[in-house]
Write a protein that binds this ligand. Structure first.
Ligand code: HEC
Ligand code: HEC
Length: 244
C-alpha cells in the first residue's frame, strides 16, 4: 500500500489509530458517513476478501486517484452533493454501479467535511485492516437495524435521552467483566425483555427487542467489535447498569 506522503491526519491521531483507537476525526467522519448511508456503497479501504465489484470506489482509492490534484476538492464536493448521473463515469469497470445518486440527506458543510476527509486519507496496511473491520461492522450494525436505536458515541447534549446506550458506553461498562460476551450476545439474539428488569436506566426504551434476523455468528462478531471499541473519554452514566 502507499506511503504516508500526503498525510493529513495529525501524527498523534495516526499513532492512536495504530495503537487500536479510531481517532477522533476518523471516528466522527466514519459515523457521519455511516449515518448518511455512504457505506451502503462505499468502504474506506478495499476489502480484499470481497468477491465481485464493489458498488462504489473505496475512499482510499478515491484519495489515491486525486492525490496532488489541487482542483479535486471542488469537483468532488459537487459530485458528492449532486451525484454523478449526468457525467461520464469516473470509475467505469471498477465499480458495479453506473453512477452515484445525489446525496440529498447531506448538508453542504457535511459534504465538505466528508470530501476533505476522503481526499486526505492515507491508510497504512495495519490501519487499513482495522478500518475494514470497523467499516464492515458499522455496515453490519446498520443492515442489522442496530443503528436505528444505538449510536456509536453517546449523545453530546445531556438533555437528550437516547433510545438506547451508545456502543462505546456499552464497551466502557463491560470492560473487564467476565461473561460479558455471552451476556451481550444473548441480549441481542433474545432481547432484554425476558431478563425482567431494565439494565440501562438512562435510555428511553424500556427493553431491546430480539434481533431475530441477526445470525448468531453476526451477533458474536458485533459484540466482539463493540467490546473492542475505543472507550477513551467515555463517562460512565450516573446510573450505572445493574450488575446481575
Ligand atoms: C447508492 C450508492 C452510493 C451511495 C449511497 C454513495 N455513493 Fe459515492 N459513489 C457511488 C458510485 C457508483 C461512485 C462512482 C461513480 C463513477 O464511477 O463515476 C461514487 C463515487 C464517489 C466519490 C468519487 C467521485 C469521483 O468523481 O471520483 C466520492 C468522493 C463519493 N462517492 C463519496 C460519497 C459520500 C461521501 C457518500 C455519502 C454521503 C456517498 N458517496 C454515497 C455510489 C454511492
Ligand atoms: C428497537 C431498538 C433497538 C435495536 C434495533 C437494537 N437495540 Fe440494543 N438495546 C436497546 C435498548 C433499549 C437497550 C437497553 C436495554 C436495557 O436497558 O435493559 C439495548 C441494549 C443493548 C446492549 C447491552 C445489553 C446489556 O445487557 O447491557 C447491546 C450489546 C446491544 N443493545 C446491542 C445491539 C445490537 C448489536 C443490535 C443490532 C443487532 C441492537 N442492539 C439492536 C435497543 C435496541
Amino acid at each position: 500500500m502507499k506511503t504516508l506522503k500526503y498525510l493529513k491526519l495529525p501524527v498523534l491521531a495516526l499513532a492512536m489509530l495504530a495503537s487500536g483507537f479510531v481517532a477522533a476525526e476518523n471516528s466522527a467522519m466514519l459515523e457521519l458517513a455511516n449515518a448518511r448511508g455512504c457505506f451502503i456503497c462505499h468502504a474506506v479501504v478495499p476489502d480484499e476478501k470481497r468477491e465481485g465489484l464493489p458498488l462504489g470506489p473505496s475512499y482510499d482509492e478515491v484519495a489515491l486517484r486525486y492525490r496532488g490534484d489541487e482542483k479535486a476538492f471542488d469537483r468532488i464536493l459537487d459530485r458528492v452533493i449532486h451525484g454523478t448521473a449526468y457525467r461520464q463515469q469516473a470509475w467505469e469497470g471498477k465499480v458495479a454501479m453506473r453512477f452515484m445518486p445525489p446525496n440529498v440527506n447531506l448538508t453542504r458543510d457535511e459534504a465538505a467535511a466528508l470530501t476533505d476527509w476522503i481526499l486526505g486519507l492515507d491508510v497504512e496496511p495495519e490501519l487499513a485492516s482495522k478500518l475494514v473491520r470497523h467499516d464492515n461492522m458499522m455496515a453490519l450494525a446498520t443492515y442489522s437495524g442496530c443503528t436505528i436505536c444505538h449510536g456509536l458515541d453517546p449523545v453530546k447534549d445531556r438533555r437528550v435521552v437516547p433510545l438506547a446506550p451508545a456502543f462505546r458506553e456499552i464497551a466502557a461498562e463491560y470492560a473487564g467483566r467476565s461473561h460479558a460476551k455471552d451476556r451481550l450476545v444473548q441480549a441481542i439474539t433474545e432481547g432484554t425483555l425476558g431478563s425482567g428488569s431494565k439494565t440501562w436506566e438512562n435510555v428511553n426504551m424500556r427493553f431491546m427487542p430480539p434481533s431475530v434476523n441477526v445470525k448468531r455468528e453476526d451477533a458474536e462478531a458485533l459484540v466482539d467489535w463493540i467490546l473492542a471499541l475505543d472507550t477513551h473519554g467515555i463517562q460512565r452514566r450516573p446510573t450505572a447498569p445493574k450488575r446481575n
